[in-house]
Design a binder for this molecule. Structure first.
Ligand SMILES: Cc1cc2nc3c(=O)[nH]c(=O)nc-3n(C[C@H](O)[C@H](O)[C@H](O)COP(=O)(O)O)c2cc1C
Length: 220
């Protein structure tokens, strides 16, 4: 079992990263191999919507995105962490997610599990964590849970959030080990795959790589 945690706070000693570290510790406790990435260590360019990944399966940008993407694809569980920046994820996290549009079309995270952690100065951490999970969900991952901590609620609440993150990491590892199925999410994954089949078929003359990928998967 492999779990990757991706922190998108640019700050050293980040609150969000404390939650992420606790979640990874929980996953490790349950015998997962864990990898902890900080996005500030990686150069990631903005997606330019050139459609190259849809057409050829490769990105034209020369940066360090492939290093992160390879780890995501070889992981069974993914934990994303972002502070609330103006009621959303950090720009660096959004930049990473935007580079994964082909992952949505190809539903490459099917069979994987996700979790998310977030902190906010005042409010909105749960909403940001939900957005992170939803992003992985539309790529195919099953969502195990999330922890959001609003610092305005005080030290005790934050301490509790650290404990909850540790438990979240354990729950994620359990879901991977037991191949837990979430029937409601499963239904939505099936509907999403159907939508993607229709989209990729409709664009098959243009998005040749994705159309071939779907045929290879025997989804078409
Ligand atoms: C650019 C920026 C935007 C922020 N926007 C919000 C916000 O909209 N709502 C909020 O409650 N806190 C906001 N904050 C506060 C952070 O979410 C909070 O300090 C968080 O814990 C920082 O996480 P970190 O320690 O992991 O970097 C913002 C902070 C920064 C630097």
């Amino acid at each position: 079992m492999k779990v990757v945690g991706i922190n998108s706070s640019p700050r050293k000693n980040s609150n969000t990263d404390l939650l992420l570290s606790a979640a990874l510790k929980g996953a490790k406790e349950k015998k997962s191999e864990t990898v902890h990435l900080n996005l500030y260590d990686f150069e990631i360019e903005y997606c330019t919507a050139c459609d190259s990944c849809y057409k050829t399966g490769t990105c034209v940008l020369m940066d360090e995105f492939p290093d992160i993407y390879e780890i995501i694809l070889e992981s069974d569980g993914i934990i994303l962490g972002s502070p609330n920046y103006i009621n959303n994820v950090t720009a660096k996290m959004k930049t990473l997610l935007d580079r994964m549009a082909d992952t949505v079309h190809c539903q490459r995270l099917l069979g994987k599990y996700s979790a998310a952690v977030s902190t906010a100065g005042g409010s909105g951490s749960q909403e940001v964590a939900d957005y992170l999970n939803h992003s992985l969900f539309i790529m195919g991952a099953s969502v195990v849970g999330r922890v959001g901590a609003n610092l305005s609620e005080g030290d005790e609440t934050f301490k509790h959030a650290v404990q909850s993150s540790y438990k979240l990491g354990m729950d994620l590892a359990d879901a991977i080990a037991l191949k837990t199925s979430f029937p409601d999410q499963q239904k939505e994954h099936e509907a999403m795959l159907q939508r993607m089949k229709e989209l990729v078929t409709f664009r098959k003359d243009d998005w040749t790589y994705e159309y071939e990928y779907f045929k290879q998967k025997k989804w078409l």
